[in-house]
Write a protein that binds this ligand. Structure first.
Ligand SMILES: Cc1cc2nc3c(=O)[nH]c(=O)nc-3n(C[C@H](O)[C@H](O)[C@H](O)COP(=O)(O)OP(=O)(O)OC[C@H]3O[C@@H](n4cnc5c(N)ncnc54)[C@H](O)[C@@H]3O)c2cc1C
Length: 400
């Protein structure tokens, strides 16, 4: 009898951890597992803001996939998924196609532009190694132009749209990086503007007020300007146009205002909410008992507040554990499937080197303690992925 084929599409937090857990849960003879990813490396999306600002080299953020999984046990295919044929149990790739008995969709997210005119075309976004390398180079290049091209202010204006988690983490890194750039390109620090624009009444919506205040004070002291309650109406080649009619000229506009599920999920004809599938309790696609969805493509309701859990690496990693056990159950002939429950271990947002805010358990954390906790969280993920050797190779080992 032929072995059931498990196909995982996407090698981010959800997909990579699914592969690692399946490698552990299933023997070679139980199933044929294939992982497809655009690149031959996995990257830690949660570090990309550092690469974008230029405070951390992108090679620190990426890990070769064959350093994580045993390619004798799991087939790795480097290719781009272009279509999911849900009823034919096929996935079309740029360079071929694959069939499956069980599919794990772990394709991550796309930027959510909320219909803001020109945003997709003119703003950059923090979403992959390629995109953050471009942001870093772009900022550098415009700083280099400043003294050659009549010291035009817009060249050194950096607009960050969205003051949620990603936006705040990014401006924190920029506040560290800009003084270095100023030194390198002979630009007075006070000339550079880092402007963080948010449509909601406050930054970090949903976060504890005391922590938010700490973050704002810290970032303002380091030269970040906040414009809250300020919707962006349009983004164009010159910068952004606010709903108030005011124009802010900026050579660099980075959009961090939200994400939606990967477009391929919606395009496959699945029912979605902002591109995310409201999965069954066992993480399967409603109506498709052979398709699982994890990570940013999956939507799970937090029943305490009747709202979806925000898409995070933390939930994606936990889902991979449940998914692997459920696939094992199915492959072993069925039985009771495990229901996924999210165990919220807390949230920590970095504000730059040695600075962060967060809540872990009932405890609020500030400054260097929060920053050390952030590194513990990052190292823990690396440990789950590849044990101590992975922490030593890729971890952030200096806590303070
Ligand atoms: C700057 C930043 C900071 C963040 N900080 C935190 C944090 O501190 N804590 C936290 O919990 N969460 C954080 N998040 C959110 C977290 O990174 C995401 O929720 C998480 O990455 C989701 O995991 P995923 O597996 O669904 O997607 P991803 O990790 O994005 O992985 C998707 C993978 O699919 C691949 N892929 C996409 N399309 C295709 C295709 N067509 N064909 C083949 N492969 C494809 C991609 O290359 C990628 O490898 C942060 C996000 C950002 C951007």
């Amino acid at each position: 009898m032929s072995k059931p084929k498990i196909l995982i599409i996407g090698g981010g937090y959800g997909g990579m951890m699914s592969a690692v857990r399946l490698e552990k849960e299933l023997g070679l003879n139980n199933a044929e597992i294939t992982l497809v990813n655009k690149h031959n490396y996995h990257y830690q999306t949660t570090w990309l803001h550092e690469n974008a600002a230029g405070t951390l080299h992108h090679d620190r953020t990426r890990i070769m996939i064959d350093d994580i999984i045993d390619t004798n046990k799991i087939n790795f295919v480097q290719d781009t998924v272009v279509e999911i044929k849900k009823d034919e149990k096929r996935v079309i790739l740029q360079n071929g196609e694959l069939t499956y008995d069980y599919l794990v969709i772990a394709l991550g997210s796309d930027p959510e532009t909320f219909g803001i005119q020109g945003l997709k075309e003119n703003a950059m976004s923090i979403r992959s190694i390629n995109s953050v390398r471009e942001i870093r180079e772009h900022i550098d290049y415009n700083f280099a132009r400043y003294n050659n091209e009549g010291q035009k202010q817009e060249l050194i204006n950096i607009v960050v749209g969205g003051a949620g988690f990603t936006g705040i983490e990014f401006v924190g890194e920029l506040a560290d990086r800009v003084p270095e750039l100023c030194k390198e390109y002979d630009i007075p620090r006070e000339k550079v503007r880092i402007i963080n624009i948010e449509a909601a009444p406050n930054v970090l919506p949903g976060f504890d007020e005391e922590l938010v205040e700490y973050a704002i004070n810290n970032l303002e002291r380091r030269g970040v300007e906040f414009l809250v309650n300020t919707p962006i109406k349009e983004c164009n080649e010159d910068g952004v146009l606010l709903a108030s009619g005011e124009e802010i000229k900026a050579a660099t506009v980075v959009w961090t205002g939200g994400v939606r599920g990967n477009h391929l999920v919606e395009e496959a004809g699945f029912e979605t909410m902002r591109g995310r599938v409201k999965v069954d309790k066992d993480l399967r696609m409603p109506g498709y008992e052979y398709i699982f969805v994890v990570g940013d493509c999956a939507l799970i309701i937090n029943e305490e507040i009747n709202r979806p859990y925000p898409p995070t690496a933390q939930i994606a990693i936990q889902q991979a554990y449940t998914l692997a056990r459920n696939l094992k159950t199915l492959i072993n002939g069925g039985g009771k499937m495990e229901e996924f429950t999210f165990d919220n271990k807390g949230t920590v947002a970095s504000l730059g080197k040695g600075e962060a805010i967060g809540v872990v358990g009932n405890k609020k954390l500030f400054g260097s303690t929060a920053s050390a906790m952030k590194k513990v969280i990052d190292n823990r993920y690396l440990f789950l992925l590849g044990g101590v050797p992975m922490v030593v190779k890729k971890g952030k080992l200096k806590l303070f």
